[in-house]
Design a protein around this ligand. Structure first.
Ligand SMILES: [Zn+2]
Length: 348
């Protein structure tokens, strides 16, 4: 479907984009010239772009170095419609996406050691350069992710950030099939985390506040649902032997702190939800049982490629609400409300 749409090239060289003109300003839908890819870049005709909570960084100008006007969006799915000079490994009409990792220099100390994720000059899509809240965007080839057949652009988009984050955090967590793995929070990240945990063969405990998410959590693949309002979730995990891994997705540092005592021996709390408060833990809580707390950010485009392929293989899909680009402000407000189930996706 996506490849058919690119066949009809626009007659006018302009497009629509949703931009933020200065920190704190609202979204403006503007006409812009369609950008041209330079050497080492491709142009993507965007079909879908997820709205992520971290787009707040652009909307509110959290980083003082962000240049405005800026088009946010780091969950981009579409099809390549033009390649820049020197690009040989990507072709027009090829489906491609871009996630949070928007590029690396390939030459710094970290890149020379293969650690592209921690490149000293790493670029973030939609922050370092214009992202996917527009009909066309330009991206460097090292940021591209091939989108497999069997995955729609609307489904692929949120997988390029929320999906890779939970998939990559779990597959690098050290948990083995059969281990007790808890996913705290049934939201934009957690609803994917529960699905991945099930498909990885873990004994999956979903932890949510209140009973209303119990049915959904089980449907997504949780074997057990723990209501952290009605019970002490850490104690419930200990009754099951203690968790090998707890992946904390809800941005509540307080509830993360309360879960640490739910870890079993050598257990690990993997933090992917970004709250602003401190996680509180005593040394004794970590020392006895050799427990660890680890933060995890998304990953490289290669890891995103693995994520998308695994979703095709396993049937894992995001739950999404779609809005047209013209309604970006409404869609963004919906994301901020926390009421969306679960990822908000713009369509172009
Ligand atoms: Zn580098």
């Amino acid at each position: 479907m996506a490849t058919l749409r690119v066949a009809s090239k626009p007659e006018t060289a302009s497009m629509k984009a949703a931009q933020i003109s200065k920190p704190g300003a609202g979204f403006e839908i503007v006409e812009r010239a369609i950008p041209e890819p330079e050497a080492g870049q491709v142009r993507i005709k965007v079909n879908a772009c997820g709205i992520c909570h971290s787009d707040v960084l652009v909307k509110e100008g959290v980083f003082p170095w962000i240049q405005y006007p800026r088009v946010p969006g780091h969950e981009v799915a579409g099809v390549i419609d033009e390649v820049g000079p020197g690009v040989t490994t990507w072709k027009t009409r090829q489906r491609a996406g871009v996630g949070w990792h928007g590029g690396h220099d390939g030459t710094c100390r970290e890149c020379r050691r293969g650690d592209f994720r921690n490149c000293r000059n790493v670029k973030v899509t939609g922050i370092s350069y214009d992202g996917g809240y527009q009909q066309y965007m330009v991206a460097p080839v090292e940021a591209l992710v091939p989108i497999p057949d069997g995955l729609s652009d609307e489904d692929a988009a949120p997988l390029l950030d929320a999906g890779i984050t939970t998939y990559n955090a779990l597959r690098n967590s050290g948990a083995m099939p059969g281990d007790l793995v808890a996913v705290q929070g049934i939201g934009g990240l957690g609803h994917l985390g529960v699905q991945f945990a099930n498909k990885f063969g873990y004994h999956v405990a979903a932890i949510g506040r209140g009973s209303e998410n119990a049915v959904l959590a089980k449907k997504l693949g949780a074997h057990i649902y723990i209501d952290s309002q009605a019970t002490n979730a850490a104690e419930e995990l200990q009754k099951l032997g203690g968790a090998r891994v707890i992946m904390a997705t809800a941005p509540s540092s307080k509830s993360m702190s309360a879960l640490i005592d739910g870890l079993g021996p050598n257990g690990k709390l993997v933090v992917v939800g970004a709250g602003l408060d401190a996680i509180e833990v005593t040394p004794a809580q970590l020392i006895f049982g050799s427990k660890t707390i680890q933060g995890w950010a998304a990953g490289t485009p290669a890891a995103s490629e693995d994520t998308l392929n695994f979703c095709v293989l396993s049937g894992v899909r995001p739950m999404i609400e779609t809005y047209p680009l013209e309604k970006t402000a409404e869609a963004y407000a919906r994301m901020l409300s926390g009421k969306a189930e679960f990822r908000v996706v713009l369509t172009m």
